[in-house]
Design a binder for this molecule. Structure first.
Ligand SMILES: Nc1nc2c(c(=O)[nH]1)N[C@H]1C(S)=C(S)[C@@H](COP(=O)(O)OP(=O)(O)OC[C@H]3O[C@@H](n4cnc5c(=O)[nH]c(N)nc54)[C@H](O)[C@@H]3O)O[C@H]1N2
Ligand SMILES: Nc1nc2c(c(=O)[nH]1)N[C@H]1C(S)=C(S)[C@@H](COP(=O)(O)OP(=O)(O)OC[C@H]3O[C@@H](n4cnc5c(=O)[nH]c(N)nc54)[C@H](O)[C@@H]3O)O[C@H]1N2
Ligand SMILES: [Mo]
Length: 756
């Protein structure tokens, strides 16, 4: 079937013309430039008075939760508890500009598609419900919009032909209602951004320690001796984490940074909210930088463990936590055999790190009783992502460094409430006991069939098995892999519905009928909602700003209206929208750990969800943690091929582009860049500023992303980096992590060709 709206071409990020300026990368993070940058962007979007009012409310006990990341707030927030990128996210959402009917009257979607993603996002807040007619979005009443959704859902042959996507900014309350609606409608098709994000962490951890979340709290960072930061760029993506690391260093912790890129944020840090952060040279954060090859982490971790095992053999005692291993774990013998069989040659070659350096860092592990390992997308977006995560657990188990103060795993979440959305039921693979309780409390028979995750949903839409796509937030088209394929998939839907705050490319690549339903942000006046951060703390969030338009509805109100229009049981839904306490009562009744939800969520700082590992238990079937065996998996590269990772610049929040600079990496004025190792560039005759096309070859298919600018950079041999979402067109939809099915967008094999 042809793509009826012809949208595959709308899906591509337009090529930039202006040349990119390339400077030396920075070695110091934050400091005065961060303050200046946040103030500049905030005042531009909001004006001075609104800036002061809004930023003083971020992450305060009685204010709103910052939407930029899921790093927890300290128990005593400082007067200003935000960072440069939090300020940018806040400014972008609290902008005074609106994109209303007169804006959409001027532009067809074909014209809009030729604009850059940055331009689209900067047109202001969506202010009225819209429906696509004659290639233009036109106003529609809320009532009529809900009827359109209900009619399309009724027309499906089966509830499984509908897909209900969620992005991680949605509050617990909206997310719980949304999954309740999807399941009362009859499907578990609830893919979310987590499928592309920390799914590998959740699944990998659940299997071996019985908890699919992190096991440490902020306090643990004050008691730890050694912190690993693997495959994460906190200076850009979790800037408030740098202050936690600064405190940890003051308490004597050492930090090891494992990354193919020497990220500035882990070099020297100048606290932007303290006077000494403006003066002086800042705190050096990382003690050791290991420039691992892309996807060389299993090899590296195995190297550490090989050294631990041989030191135990040599010293006879004192390296392995023997008692802990005996009492609390299974699988040690097979694990040990596998590590002993691994050769140092392979470990060195595949990790890209010399054996003596690996031994040196492993000695730091031996010298530490309390170790925390933090990670993010550099480990989860690989085919063997589960191997990465479970190898970290192996290392911690060897030292008994989990489930006690100052020790454990810390997957650092992305979206500010992605963890909470999962906790309250957004998942295509719900547990039977959750469905039992949900069905019993709300008196219905929930569907038991496993639903589609993100990648399966794309395929199902492409094959015509799913025909209605509803997104509670996010930018599915641009965030998903294989942009062209995903565009075709969305184009085949009978209806696509985007519940959004800002214009993005997913509004331009849509089904035969397309709706935009504009909603309030977390900063705007509404009832109290709640969120869960990366460390399992649930707390309230309350906005105070006047809504950007009087036509906006809250996410819970939109979900309630879609649900009652579709299911016709208004009496069931109505109360939820008028009083969010009743939603929380429902969550409390269905999900363990939410006792006295309404009371506890209103306490300053909220409450902590139960976490068995933190309480000293492994909630696996036999109550034991598991050692697991993971092979080192080289990515074979032909002579002209490279392994590509797609990363975030300092000027974006996922697909929302704030600006065209990547300050720490020395890039100004453009995003279509490809970072290439200096020696590789030289050998290939490529120079800074050259224009190239990138081609990914996968299972006999070619995918091309044209017109990238070469930036020679300090990277391991044969490793290249590009920005997400410009390079997503190169990520094959079937190239995913085993088990978690997360797109392996950090290990794409590409070749580089001079642009014609
Ligand atoms: N300002 C801002 N904040 C954000 C976001 C944003 O876009 N902007 N996004 C939010 C979201 S949803 C998320 S998930 C997080 C993402 O936070 P990050 O995971 O920090 O984001 P990425 O830019 O994808 O960075 C991945 C890091 O892993 C490294 N890496 C890549 N491949 C490998 C590998 O094979 N091994 C190792 N060891 N390292 C590797 C890259 O060099 C990079 O430093 O941030 C959240 N916060
Ligand atoms: N190649 C590659 N692809 C990736 C990644 C990568 O590293 N490399 N990272 C992946 C990761 S970690 C993630 S989490 C996904 C992100 O995937 P998504 O979460 O789907 O994408 P975002 O860009 O965060 O979504 C931005 C849009 O959300 C809407 N929005 C913002 N705030 C709100 C709100 O409060 N309510 C509602 N209803 N809408 C709102 C706005 O319209 C905005 O345009 O992308 C994934 N894709
Ligand atoms: Mo994410």
């Amino acid at each position: 079937m042809a793509d009826p709206t012809g949208h595959a071409e709308h899906a591509q990020v337009p090529i930039e013309d202006a040349p990119v300026k390339i400077d030396a990368p920075k070695t110091v993070a934050a400091g005065l430039p961060a303050v200046v940058e946040s103030a500049r962007q905030a005042v531009k979007e909001m004006g001075v008075a609104r800036t002061l009012r809004v930023l003083s409310d971020v992450n305060q006990h009685d204010g709103f939760d910052c939407t930029s990341c899921a790093w927890p707030d300290p128990s005593r927030p400082s007067v200003v508890e935000f960072c440069e990128n939090g300020a940018k996210a806040t400014a972008a959402a609290a902008t005074k500009k609106t994109a209303g009917p007169s804006f959409f009257d001027k532009w067809t979607i074909d014209e809009l598609a030729r604009q850059s993603d940055m331009w689209l996002g900067k047109q202001g807040r969506l202010s009225t419900p819209l429906i696509l007619r004659d290639r233009r979005y036109q106003p529609i009443s809320w009532e009529a919009a809900f009827t359109v959704v209900a009619d399309h859902l009724h027309a499906l042959k089966s509830p499984d032909e509908a897909v209900f996507y969620t992005s991680g900014r949605t509050s617990n309350e909206a997310a719980f209602l949304y999954q309740l609606f999807a399941r009362r409608f009859g499907t578990n098709n609830l893919p979310d951004c987590s499928n592309m994000c920390h799914e590998s962490s959740g699944m990998g951890l659940s299997e071996v320690i019985g908890v699919g979340k992190g096991t440490v709290t902020l306090e643990d960072f004050e008691h730890t001796e050694l912190i690993f930061i693997v495959g994460q760029n906190p200076g850009t993506n979790h800037p408030r984490m740098l202050s936690t690391l600064e405190t940890a260093k003051k308490h004597g912790a050492r930090i090891v940074h494992v990354n193919p890129l020497r990220e500035a944020g882990l070099g020297r840090f100048k606290h932007p909210q303290k006077m000494r952060g403006y003066l002086g040279t800042g705190t050096p954060l990382a003690d050791v930088f290991l420039q691992v090859r892309i996807n060389g982490d299993v090899a590296l971790l195995k190297g550490f463990m090989k050294h631990l095992l041989s030191e135990e053999a040599r010293r006879g005692v004192g390296v392995l936590a023997r008692e802990f291993i005996e009492k609390n774990t299974v699988g040690f013998a097979a694990f040990k055999r596998d590590i002993e069989r691994e050769s140092w040659d392979v470990i060195e070659r595949e990790s890209g790190i010399k054996a003596h350096t690996i031994r040196h860092v492993a000695d730091m592990v031996i010298a530490s009783e309390r170790i925390i390992v933090c990670w993010a997308m550099g480990l989860t977006q690989h085919v063997n992502a589960i191997g990465n995560i479970q190898s970290i657990v192996n290392l911690l188990l060897l030292r008994g460094s989990i489930g006690k103060p100052g020790a454990g795993v810390c997957p650092v979440r992305g979206h500010s409430n992605v963890q909470g959305d999962r906790t309250v039921g957004i998942t295509p693979r719900p547990k039977a006991v959750f469905l039992d309780r949900l069905g019993a409390h709300f008196d219905f028979e929930p569907p038991r069939r496993t639903g589609y995750d993100t990648v399966e949903a794309i395929r199902a839409m492409h094959q015509g098995k799913a025909r209605v796509f509803i997104a509670l937030g996010g930018n599915f088209l641009s965030a998903a892999p294989d942009t062209t394929y995903t565009a075709e998939a969305l184009g085949r839907c009978s209806l696509t519905v985007q519940i959004s705050t800002k214009l993005n490319r997913s509004h331009l690549v849509c089904g035969r009928t397309a709706l935009i339903l504009p909603c309030l942000t977390r900063m705007e006046r509404d009832q109290t909602v709640s969120v869960e951060n990366s460390m399992g703390i649930v707390h309230a969030s309350r906005g105070r700003l006047a809504p950007a338009s009087d036509k906006l509805k809250s996410e819970p109100a939109i979900v309630v209206s879609i649900a009652s229009a579709t299911l016709g049981d208004e009496a069931f839904w109505h109360g939820f929208a008028t009083d969010y306490d009743t939603i929380r009562d429902g969550i409390e009744a269905v999900i363990p750990g939410f006792d006295d939800y309404n009371e506890r969520v209103r306490r300053p700082g909220g409450f902590v969800l139960p976490n068995a590992v933190r309480e000293g238990r492994f909630d696996t079937l036999d109550g034991k943690a598991r050692f697991t065996v993971h092979p080192i998996e080289p990515s074979p590269l032909a002579d002209n091929e490279f392994l590509m990772m797609t990363v975030r610049s300092h000027d974006q929040f996922n697909t929302t582009i704030y600006g065209l600079d990547d300050r720490y990496r020395g890039i100004r004025g453009g995003r279509r860049v490809v970072f290439v190792c200096h020696q590789d560039a030289e050998e290939a005759g490529l120079r800074a500023g050259d224009r190239v096309d990138l081609v990914s070859r996968y299972g006999g298919q070619l995918r091309t992303a044209p017109q990238f600018t070469v930036v020679p950079y300090d990277l391991p041999r044969r490793s290249v980096a590009t920005y997400f979402p410009e390079a997503n067109v190169l990520v094959p939809v079937s190239h995913t992590a085993r088990m978690s099915n997360t797109p392996a967008s950090k290990s794409i094999v590409v070749s580089i060709h001079r642009s014609a």
